[in-house]
Design a protein around this ligand. Structure first.
Ligand code: CTP
Ligand code: MG
Length: 177
């Protein structure tokens, strides 16, 4: 029982790592050019200054490289060329989900950086899964069992809190969340 849980936790972290690294490196590297180029939708920005082209491209590149190294290590992401599609879905999907989360936050009139629990922690997971389901459905279904998906939903907010706290301690972030 405990080994089954340990296996599910390990699988969840390993398979989601390219998405985690994408999200963390977008925040770590940041950027300057807002994706919405300053445009508004009604009173509020479409996405806001927290979503930049540089963050998106640096995040995806770093996450993709991480996934390539993981794949060279144990081939987790499927045969070639499927592995490229899977890694593209995990990284681009994570960034797409993060954009969708900010889009929702701006529609709720929440300014950049205002916390929105659940959405902040899981938007990129939803984006990655959605793109996997669209682009590599067989790989997604055979690798993300129900148990693994539950573990991802439970541990991602914890990892998010931990990395944000580390970023705060390192002086990279102004707030510990
Ligand atoms: N970031 C970026 N480009 C992206 C995603 C993130 O430059 N596409 C950087 C920004 O510096 C952003 C930081 O990563 O401030 C943290 O991302 P996130 O917490 O998602 O953004 P917030 O600033 O909190 O903004 P929002 O309220 O829209 O979530
Ligand atoms: Mg966000």
């Amino acid at each position: 029982m405990t080994t089954a849980i340990a296996t599910a936790v390990w699988t969840a972290i390993w398979l989601m790592l390219p998405a985690y690294v994408t999200n963390a490196s977008a925040a770590f590297f940041g950027g300057r050019t807002p994706i919405d180029l300053g445009a508004h939708l009604g009173r509020n920005r479409v996405l806001g200054d927290g979503k930049t082209y540089e963050g998106l491209s640096r995040g995806c590149t770093t996450g993709f490289l991480c996934g390539i190294f993981q794949h060279l290590y144990n081939g987790s992401f499927g045969s070639f060329p499927l592995c490229i599609v899977v890694l593209a879905a995990l990284t681009l999907g994570a960034m797409f989900g993060d954009l969708a989360g900010s889009f929702v936050k701006r529609r709720l009139s929440l300014r950049r950086g205002t916390p929105l629990p659940v959405v902040d922690q899981l938007d990129f997971v939803g984006g990655a899964w959605l793109l996997l389901l669209l682009l590599a459905p067989d790989w997604f279904i055979s690798n993300f069992s129900t148990e693994v998906m539950i573990v991802v939903i439970l541990i991602t907010p914890l990892l998010h809190l931990l990395t944000n706290f580390a970023g705060f301690k390192l002086g990279l972030k102004d707030v510990p969340w």
